[in-house]
Ligand binder design. Structure first.
Ligand SMILES: [Cu+2]
Length: 112
């Protein structure tokens, strides 16, 4: 390889490292046993949170009332829900069918 090509590859590597520092990553919350695991997470702005339903047969929801979510968006085993958080803040959420019966709720902290 030529030196010029090697240099461009090195620069591309630096650029992608900076992009990931800006927060382009995904954090997974496991949904299992009527719980969000972990219930509380702290992420940087720009991070995507992915909720994975790992139950055998139980559906759940990830409902952010303060963000204007529609009710009834249930997801089933092996399905996911994703949301990207761009603005710092504290974002509580619940599972609509189980927040009262199983205290099924969580919170996302977005911190610079
Ligand atoms: Cu639930």
């Amino acid at each position: 390889m030529t030196r010029k090509l090697l240099t461009s590859i090195a620069i591309a590597g630096l650029l992608s490292a900076q992009l990931s520092l800006a927060g382009e990553e995904t954090v997974t919350v496991v949904v299992k046993g009527y719980k969000f695991q972990p219930e509380e997470i702290t992420i940087k702005p720009g991070t995507t949170v992915r909720w994975e339903n790992q139950e055998k047969r139980q559906y759940h929801s990830v409902y952010f009332d303060a963000l204007g979510d529609e009710e009834g968006d249930y997801f089933f085993p092996d399905e996911i829900r994703e949301r990207t958080f761009d603005t710092p803040g504290t974002y509580p959420y619940i599972c609509e069918p189980h927040h009262e019966t199983h205290n099924m709720k969580g919170v996302v902290h977005v911190v610079e």
